[in-house]
Ligand binder design. Structure first.
Ligand code: ZN
Length: 129
């Protein structure tokens, strides 16, 4: 991801900066929460990362058996898009879906209320920001 500028004051921002050091504007929601439809438990992510069974263990969701032990999807931040982007692991045994369709390899910006899942049937994770 290229360096960007604060959309609020124009200060150059490094990719790793979550808030503009000048005006404290946060171009991307600071956290993303994933809530299990099976257990109601939530896990929270604050940085870009690859998410697999280990990162979701706190959900205690029995459907985690369908999730890759390496990573199922990747969370990324896009100040340009003003949000979190989720990319699937194209090599996952079971494909990641966003709402009612497969998550494109080019990723998608997610909104609060969107649902990540495995094939739309397993490991339903509602996104909150
Ligand atoms: Zn700023």
């Amino acid at each position: 991801m290229a360096d960007s500028k604060c959309s609020h004051c124009g200060q150059p921002l490094r990719e790793t900066e979550r808030r503009c050091p000048s005006c404290l504007y946060a171009p991307v929601p600071l956290e993303v929460h994933l809530r299990s439809g099976n257990t109601g438990k939530t896990v929270t992510f604050k940085t870009a990362m690859e998410v697999g069974r280990g990162g979701l263990a706190g959900l205690a969701d029995p459907d985690l058996t369908f999730c890759e032990s390496g990573f199922q999807f990747r969370l990324s931040l896009s100040p340009e898009a003003g949000g979190w982007i989720v990319y699937p692991n194209p090599n996952a045994t079971n494909p990641t879906w966003l709402n009612d369709s497969p998550l494109p390899e080019t990723g998608a910006v997610v909104q609060a209320g969107d649902v990540l899942s495995i094939k739309g049937k397993r490991l339903l994770l509602t996104i909150d920001l």
